[in-house]
Structure formats: structure tokens, C-alpha cells
Design a protein around this ligand. Structure first.
Ligand code: MG
Length: 365
């Protein structure tokens, strides 16, 4: 059961509507993909989206790391040695969390296949069904309300509202959206580092004073502004504070916890450099009674599937699911064991990630 070959390619999926946050606008998923083949006929895929504004990883950089460093380092490796293989990935080069995530996704898929188990079973088991929220891009209020209505019509009962522009305008947006959808959907706020601590506290005070319930506020201040996160949490809004861009790896999560600078951690494979560190973060948070969200970037059905399996296996601590990448696409070309059916995500018992013949990938020769 040794890896005998690898290849890289590009997965492209147009989005239903442009994805807009305080940091960027994107209109299609265009992700690096990796395929491993073993000497006993197993094969598996990994995927990584370029998110230069968040991870620093460009498409060219991810492909280069996979093609020239991670792929060659794993040739000849036995897929049953998952911890040894993940160690090779993590130590092969600095940074490059997205490329490492892609490699680990394929490695965990092969590992689970070698045990003839769906990945979530190989990770400890769970109930193979999740409910995800959907992201609503930042736009003018009327358009955001219309997008919320469409999402509710598709069956979503939790929505993640992107804000982080002018705080005064954002308060108006959030109040109007809350009024429009109240009682029909749980609302989460993601400001994507768009505000200062003082601005965030002003927004939270306004929402609290209006008696509006929100499930959480995500990363309102700059990734490195741990002091700001701490000040916001100390202001004791009713709305819990979640760290996203401040929480890439276990060391950062421990520092946030020590500083009392977050209530919830958003785990994403592209930040943690794959499943091995994401598991370590989830296990640490479980020990500290910190809840987690399983999130994703703009991802297709390969990497989002890996996140689904992890979230199922760690459902005691991963209480919230934001795995909407495949639902934001016009179609899902990945035929795996995870079915993304708008809000409902379900998993069949095919081994690994069960990916058969992905369409819309152009392979490099
Ligand atoms: Mg976020």
C-alpha cells in the first residue's frame, strides 16, 4: 500500500453569485488539486483554494509546493502510516498551509480506504449527517435581504452575514436583516477583520440594546490584534466572539484561550495545514470547554468533504458547521461519499472520501 505516483491539476466551478467579504470578491472556485495512486490500486484526491488575502497562498504557490516538494516527499510511503506521513508533510517546508492541507486530505482518504472505512469512521465515528449554514455576501441591505430570503427558500436555517465595512452602516444592515428573517434563521456575523475593537464594541452594544439575538460574531478585528479580541470579549456582549483569521494553528488557539480572547474557534483545514492539526485543535478545545465551528474557504467537494468527515467525528466539540463551499457553486462535480444538498450534508458508507471520477479538473502533464 505504497504511494507510487501523484499528479496535480485545477478544479474550476463557477459560483451562483459573486462571493464578497470585507477582504475580497471572487466569482468562481478555482482550486489546486492533487491525486495520489498506490501500488495496490487505491487513489485519492486533495484540494486547496488560493486565499492570498488570508493564508498568503496563491494558486501558483500551492501547485509548486505540491508538485515539487510535498508530492515527491510522499512517493514510496505506506498509506497506513498516517502519522508518519503527516509528519513528512508538516516538516517538508515552512508555511504553505493550503498545500499541506491538500496533501493531508488525500493521505487521510488513502488511510481510511486502507482500513475499508469511511473517513469519519476511521477518525472515531459519529452520526453521518450535518446541517450547514450559508454565507451571505456583503452588498447593499436590500440585496442582502433578498439573498437571505433565497437561502431560506433553499432550506437554510442558519446564515452567516458578511459585514466589516463602515460600522454605522453595518449596524443598520444587521438590524434590517434581523428584522426581515427573525425567527426563520439563526444569524451569524462575520466582519472579516473590518473593524477596530472600539467599533466592534459599539456595534455589539447597539445590537444588544435593540435586543437582537445573533449566534456569534466572527473575527471583527485584525488577525494579529489579540489585545482587541481580548477587549471585545471583556466587554461582555450577549453575542459570543469567534476567532477565525486569529486562529490558524494550535499555538494560536492556546494563546487566544490563555488571553481569554475568544469564546469559539473557527477551524479550517486551509489554516491548520490539514487534518492532523485540526484534530489537535478540536481535542484541545474539547478539554477547555471551548466550542468550535468547522469552516471552509471557497472550496469544492473534495476538501469540504474532508472537513465534513472531521466535523462528524468531532461533533462533541464542533457545534457549528459552515461548510457551504459546494452549495455556493453552480454545480458540484465531485462524486464522493459526501452529498451536499443545500443545508443538509449526508455521508454514505463508501470508504475514505469515496471520490470516484471528479469532473471539471484539468490535469497538468
Ligand atoms: Mg471568517
Amino acid at each position: 500500500m505504497r504511494i507510487r505516483a501523484f499528479r496535480t491539476g485545477l478544479l474550476r466551478i463557477p459560483l451562483r453569485t459573486p462571493f464578497k467579504t470585507a477582504l475580497r470578491t471572487v466569482d468562481s472556485i478555482e482550486d489546486a488539486v492533487l491525486r495520489f495512486d498506490t501500488d495496490n490500486g487505491l487513489f485519492a484526491y486533495g484540494e486547496a483554494p488560493p486565499t492570498v488575502a488570508i493564508t498568503g497562498d496563491s494558486l501558483a504557490g500551492i501547485l509548486d509546493a505540491l508538485q515539487n516538494t510535498l508530492g515527491p516527499a510522499l512517493l514510496g510511503r505506506d498509506v497506513r502510516d498516517i502519522s508518519g506521513n503527516c509528519g513528512i508533510v508538516q516538516n517538508a517546508l515552512p508555511k504553505n498551509t493550503s498545500a499541506k492541507a491538500a496533501a493531508e486530505i488525500a493521505l487521510y482518504d488513502l488511510y481510511a480506504q486502507s482500513r475499508a472505512l469511511p473517513l469519519y469512521e476511521a477518525l472515531g465515528g459519529g452520526t453521518p449527517r450535518l446541517t450547514t449554514d450559508l454565507t451571505i455576501s456583503v452588498n447593499d441591505t436590500a440585496m442582502m435581504i433578498a439573498d437571505c430570503e433565497k437561502a431560506i427558500g433553499r432550506g437554510f436555517t442558519a446564515l452567516k452575514i458578511k459585514v466589516g465595512k463602515q460600522p454605522e452602516d453595518d449596524i443598520g444592515r444587521l438590524q434590517a436583516i434581523h428584522r426581515a428573517v427573525a425567527g426563520r434563521a439563526t444569524l451569524r456575523i462575520d466582519a472579516n477583520q473590518g473593524w477596530t475593537a472600539d467599533q466592534t464594541i459599539a456595534v455589539l452594544r447597539a445590537l444588544d440594546a435593540a435586543g437582537l439575538d445573533f449566534d456569534l460574531i466572527e473575527q471583527p478585528v485584525a488577525a494579529d490584534d489579540i489585545k482587541g479580541m481580548q477587549i471585545i470579549k471583556a466587554a461582555k456582549s450577549r453575542i459570543p466572539l469567534m476567532a477565525d483569521e486569529s486562529a490558524f494553528d494550535l499555538a494560536q488557539v492556546k494563546a487566544l484561550h490563555a488571553a481569554s480572547a475568544a469564546d469559539i474557534i473557527n477551524i479550517k483545514l486551509m489554516k491548520s495545514a490539514g487534518l492532523s492539526n485540526a484534530i489537535a485543535i478540536a481535542d484541545y478545545c474539547a478539554g477547555q470547554n471551548m466550542e468550535c465551528m468547522m469552516g471552509c474557504m471557497l472550496e469544492g467537494g473534495i476538501s469540504a468533504a474532508a472537513a465534513v468527515h472531521l466535523a462528524i467525528a468531532k461533533s462533541s466539540v464542533i457545534s457549528r458547521i459552515d461548510l457551504d463551499g459546494p452549495s455556493l457553486g453552480c454545480f458540484d462535480p465531485i462524486d464522493g461519499n459526501v452529498r451536499f444538498d443545500d443545508a443538509v450534508i449526508s455521508v454514505s458508507d463508501r470508504p475514505g472520501l469515496g471520490i470516484q471520477a471528479p469532473a471539471n479538473i484539468s490535469w497538468f502533464e
